[in-house]
Design a protein around this ligand. Sequence first.
Ligand code: ZN
Length: 189
Amino acid sequence: MEFMIQLVARQGETDPVTTELVRFERGELSMDTFGLALVEAKTLLSRLQLAMTQLQIDAHVQRARTCRCGRKRPLKDIRTLPMRTAFGKLDVRDPRLHACRCDSNAEGARVLSPVRARLAQRVTPDLLHLETRWASLVSFGVTRDLLEDVLPIGEHINAATIRNDVMGDRGQVGTRTRRGSPFRLHHGL
Ligand SMILES: [Zn+2]
């Protein structure tokens, strides 16, 4: 049996856009072929995340290209924005636009980055929550291993990344021991 998993996205009344995410083959029913395997789930989640975010970025940039006055904001260049999510590390398309005269009058900005303006952090809140929670219980290295076991993100981060995320998030709240074991997080903070 062949399983095809697709993402169907629709914005407003436009025609739906279908993106094939993954295909799984299954032979005769057995313990090994029963349902979704963990490695397949991770592949599926990472492809779903990539497809979803690309569609979101494209739609947002398309809207941002047109100023409220109706003029098109010319494209200056396209950069990439590294984003870490619970379902994979992404290099998000980050186009920069020349500001319209209206923008310049209002804010003095000559170049706009509509994606960067919306995605101010490089780590999504749910991944940061997991990193913070698990690093309060076990070491940063074990936190990384736990993430890799269950989510398609572990191979893209290391203990130092997690430490930076968590300490950046919590500022001076935690204290670390001399041996570098995870610092304590105080419940309720
Ligand atoms: Zn304008």
